[in-house]
Design a protein around this ligand. Structure first.
Ligand code: SAM
Length: 240
């Protein structure tokens, strides 16, 4: 499987030599082979494994936090679309969440292994009772950060995919406005073409500052980006 070409006379392998190539196998689609090859050669995948993160996505929120200073010790955080748990791991460590005193609540419709300091709900966030369940899991406390890495699996139909993604971001933003403490932050995965004009306008009224961020660990060839809204003005602060 690995490309074990002989070393040159200098004894140093070039990057090309080091790249792991995956041969197509009977029954495996070309797309799966390309995905596997990309995973095996992705430095963030290796770093995530070495640093004990569940996903390479962990680096995205770490990089966003380094730039925007979202987390402080003692803050409460909601993680929407949490599986397999990289963002929750980063947040739990940054705010000092513990099993005895959990400060993070995560939700995903997929099964997840337990994470120390994180309360996990297995639930589709778009279901009507999901926000109330999250608020209950937070013990009635407000949140300081609401972060969403949610995305539906794509259908291949561009217009449908776009509408579904916009809907997810909108309900995540509505939830954030409902539960954030004044001064709180909202982070959400968005896609190229940017955030819908209306949504961005609404967020600008509720937050002091809004940014679009493409963290270095977000794949260059992916349309993904993140919206960061900081300085929540408090519920009822913006005239809707
Ligand atoms: C990119 S992954 C999140 C990775 C995560 N941030 C991490 O660091 O491990 C997106 C997740 O969103 C979840 N998701 C998408 N739509 C959802 C919904 N309606 N309700 C709950 N979870 C959802 C998916 O199941 C998936 O696990």
């Amino acid at each position: 499987m690995a490309n074990n070409k002989a070393l040159g006379t200098g004894g140093r392998k070039s990057d090309k030599d080091l790249k792991i190539r995956v041969k197509t196998a009977k029954g495996r689609k070309v797309a799966s082979t390309k995905w596997l090859e990309r995973q095996l050669n992705d430095p963030y995948v290796a770093r995530a494994r070495a640093e004990g993160y569940r996903s390479r996505a962990a680096f995205k929120i770490r990089e966003i936090n380094e730039k925007h200073k979202l987390f402080k010790k003692g803050m409460r955080v909601v993680d929407l679309g949490a599986a397999p748990g990289g963002w929750s791991q980063v947040a739990a460590s940054a705010v000092g969440s513990t099993t005895e005193h959990p400060l993070i609540v995560g939700i995903d419709y997929l099964d997840m292994d337990a994470i120390p300091g994180v309360i996990l709900l297995k639930k589709d966030f778009t279901e009507e009772d999901a926000p109330a369940m999250l608020i209950e899991a937070m013990g009635g406390h407000g949140a300081d950060v609401v972060m969403s890495d949610m995305a539906w699996p794509t259908t291949g139909h561009r217009a449908t995919d776009h509408l579904r993604i916009v809907h997810l971001i909108e309900i995540a933003a509505d939830f954030a406005i409902q539960v954030l403490n004044p001064g709180g932050s909202f982070v959400a995965k968005v896609f190229q073409g940017g955030t819908e004009h209306e949504l961005l306008h609404m967020l600008k009224r509720h937050f002091a500052t809004t940014f679009h961020v493409k963290p270095p660990s977000s794949r260059k060839d992916s349309a993904e980006a993140y919206l960061v809204a900081k300085g929540f003005k408090g519920s009822g602060s913006a005239e809707d």
